[in-house]
Ligand binder design. Structure first.
Ligand code: DQA
Length: 146
């Protein structure tokens, strides 16, 4: 695959997709999501790499990598979305397109999910379409120059 590189970064608890509250997050496992992202990316000429971690430090490190190599990022920060200023500050350094994604629609859920501390530093946000949120995010990146 020789397309433009894209990092899809998934944060805490997203490794448990498929078993975790399927009525909210669906039945697709993280492995299936990763495969689907690779396929969607290939159709769009993107070389997609999907990673997942429960560690804030590891996510920050991956964002530094994206910042230094100017790689576009699709980020589902999980619960870190709502309070991690460290993640926000790392994301703000990425010069390429960055897309905040969520499977669910946090604005329609508990009050604490209504705040996203990363929303103001990403290029755009996509929420509420289940795994299709990732497909839409990849399409958005494919349509942009950087
Ligand atoms: C989530 C929404 C967050 O509020 C939650 O903490 C998650 C998943 C989503 O994809 O809908 O872990 O980011």
């Amino acid at each position: 695959m020789t397309g433009r590189r894209v990092l899809v970064l998934n944060g805490p608890n997203l490794g448990r997709l498929g078993v975790r509250e399927p009525e909210i997050y669906g039945h697709t496992t993280h492995e299936e999501l990763a495969r689907a992202c690779g396929d969607w990316g290939a159709e769009l000429g993107l070389d997609v790499e999907v990673r997942q971690t429960d560690s804030e430090a590891e996510l920050v490190g991956w964002l530094h990598e994206a910042a230094d190599a100017r790689i576009p990022v699709v980020l589902n920060a999980g619960a870190f979305t709502h309070y991690s200023y460290a993640l926000r500050d790392a994301l703000a350094q990425v010069p390429a397109t960055t897309v905040e994604v969520h499977l669910s629609n946090p604005a329609a859920r508990e009050e604490f999910r209504h705040t996203s501390v990363i929303a103001s530093v990403v290029t755009g946000s996509i929420s509420g379409f289940g795994v299709d949120s990732y497909a839409l995010a990849l399409r958005a990146i494919a349509g942009r120059d950087a």
